[in-house]
Design a protein around this ligand. Structure first.
Ligand SMILES: *[C@@H]1O[C@H](CO)[C@@H](O)[C@H](O)[C@H]1NC(C)=O
Ligand SMILES: *[C@@H]1O[C@H](CO)[C@@H](O)[C@H](O)[C@H]1NC(C)=O
Ligand SMILES: *[C@@H]1O[C@H](CO)[C@@H](O)[C@H](O)[C@H]1NC(C)=O
Ligand SMILES: *[C@@H]1O[C@H](CO)[C@@H](O)[C@H](O)[C@H]1NC(C)=O
Ligand SMILES: [Zn+2]
Length: 438
């Protein structure tokens, strides 16, 4: 096969050959964090009474557990499932406590380090696949993702334009891809961001997958052609660049940004609690050491400010805001900060309903959908609520696979099925918003 004379869509199949060499030189996963998670456990707990919920909150605080689900201790309540990551030296105390109190629990992972290591594709698969092009079925480091973006910007200038909307706290560029046929200067647009929370690696993998599919199927798939002809997609594969980098080099379970605090040693702000919409109210923490810390003031994080500025500037054209998280298998829409129905409920609800059906049609994977407050939990200062409040009519947050079996450590083998089904949901939402909703 030759590159010359092939239509763009076929050339896309041979995407960045040169990136391959970068891959081989870059083993990634930073020696798997020097086995720091050996013996750590992930435990699912279900408090059945208010007293049990209260007792759990206390022990979580004492043992400084890493809460996976929900994301804040304040959201632990009677009847809701909580998944916690407990360090090896605290697990004995936690298990003794659970036996004593008779609280219902189940060990999801006996040894977190082992799950982490098993979740990677075999070295042979990692390299063999990359011979025929870029490997979209492994997780990529920030550097790899940025190199990939630069490469696409060079090789697919007809459909892709890469630009920066600012700098992160640690000075990294905040890159966005503008994807779509450049037919008119102003087209309606869809904003997509991935990786607001650093440890949710399936997010950035999906953003990359979306771009790959768009380039590969633009010619052959009428739906994709329609999408790229009628719309621009602004895609930010890694929103929280500093946090994502840190989750590769130091702490696989890092969630927040990496900004310093003037009074505490703890670093980082929850980039999904830092928006100016009911900022720092229910479901957000004022304490800098918490995982849901809302920050010293709204838009204190340069990453949040940069995206908010961009959306403010382009909101006239932006019809949809989509944000990708993990894990829970949910498709959420506003409000997140209160139990109330949004004005255009029926349009948004029917878009969500069709999207989860489309997703389920591929492998039968079930997603719950609904307002974030009643479907997941109440949280204030989220990007989705902010985007909705600033006038973008369709705003959604995806919580991708799974429901806790692997949690944040979704194995690389599951990137392809997860992204394949999610593609259908995103295409379905996009086609929905191209129609007029009554
Ligand atoms: C567990 O070890 C970490 C350091 O590896 C330490 O900071 C922490 O205090 C220890 N926790 C307990 C309960 O001993
Ligand atoms: C993307 O390519 C265009 C030229 O096609 C260039 O002007 C622009 O600076 C590139 N973007 C980045 C971020 O390098
Ligand atoms: C969207 O999904 C529904 C099923 O939920 C399906 O009937 C419809 O054809 C899909 N539309 C597109 C454009 O994919
Ligand atoms: C509801 O939808 C209509 C039609 O799409 C739109 O004109 C209106 O601004 C929307 N209202 C809100 C609050 O999103
Ligand atoms: Zn998240």
């Amino acid at each position: 096969m030759k590159f010359l004379g092939k239509p763009r869509s076929q050339r896309a199949a041979f995407l960045p050959l040169c990136l391959l060499f970068l891959k081989i030189l870059h083993p990634g996963h930073s020696h798997l964090y020097s086995s720091r998670y050996a013996g750590d456990k992930v435990i699912r707990l279900i408090p059945n009474t208010e007293e049990e919920a209260y007792a759990l909150k206390n022990i979580y605080q004492q043992l400084k557990v890493d809460l996976w689900q929900p994301s804040s201790i304040s959201q632990v309540s009677e009847g809701t499932v909580t998944d916690v990551h407990i360090a090896h030296n605290g697990s004995r105390a936690l298990l003794a406590f659970l036996q004593e109190t008779n609280i219902q629990y189940k060990i999801l992972m006996e040894d977190l380090q082992k799950v982490l290591e098993k979740g990677r594709s075999l070295p042979t698969q990692r390299s063999r696949r990359s011979v025929s092009g870029y490997n979209y079925e492994v997780y990529h480091s920030l550097e790899e993702i940025q190199n990939w973006m630069h490469h696409l910007n060079k090789t697919h200038s007809g459909l892709i334009h890469m630009f920066s909307i600012g700098k992160s706290y640690e000075g990294r560029s905040l890159f966005v891809l503008k994807l779509g046929r450049r037919s008119r200067a102003y087209k309606r647009a869809v904003w997509i961001d991935c990786g607001i929370h650093a440890r949710e690696w399936i997010g950035p993998a999906f953003c990359q997958w979306f771009v790959k599919e768009a380039l590969l199927t633009y010619r052959s798939d009428p739906t994709m052609r329609k999408m790229l002809n009628h719309l621009y997609f602004y895609i930010m594969p890694v929103f929280n660049v500093d946090g994502y980098h840190f989750s590769w080099t130091n702490d696989r379970f890092w969630r927040k940004t990496r900004s310093r605090n003037s009074r505490f040693r703890c670093r980082g702000v929850d980039a999904n609690r830092n928006w100016r919409v009911k900022w720092c109210d229910e479901g957000a923490s004022m304490h800098p050491c918490d995982d849901t810390y809302c920050g010293p003031f709204p838009e204190s994080e340069p990453e949040v400010k940069a995206v908010a500025n961009f959306l403010r500037k382009h909101k006239k054209h932006i019809r949809a805001y989509l944000s990708f998280h993990a894990y829970a298998q949910m498709l959420l829409y506003p409000y997140s900060y209160k139990y109330a129905t949004i004005p255009n409920f029926s349009c948004v609800e029917s878009a969500a309903h069709k999207a989860v059906n489309a997703l389920q049609s591929v492998y039968g994977v079930q997603y719950r959908y609904g307002p974030a407050s009643s479907t997941l939990y109440v949280s204030s200062g989220s990007s989705m609520d902010w985007a909705y409040k600033s006038g973008i009519p369709y705003t959604f947050a995806f919580e991708l696979r799974d429901t806790g079996h692997f949690g944040f450590l979704l194995p690389e083998m599951l990137i392809k099925p997860t992204c394949t089904e999610t593609m259908l949901a995103v295409k379905n939402i996009t086609m929905h918003l191209l129609k007029k909703c009554p």
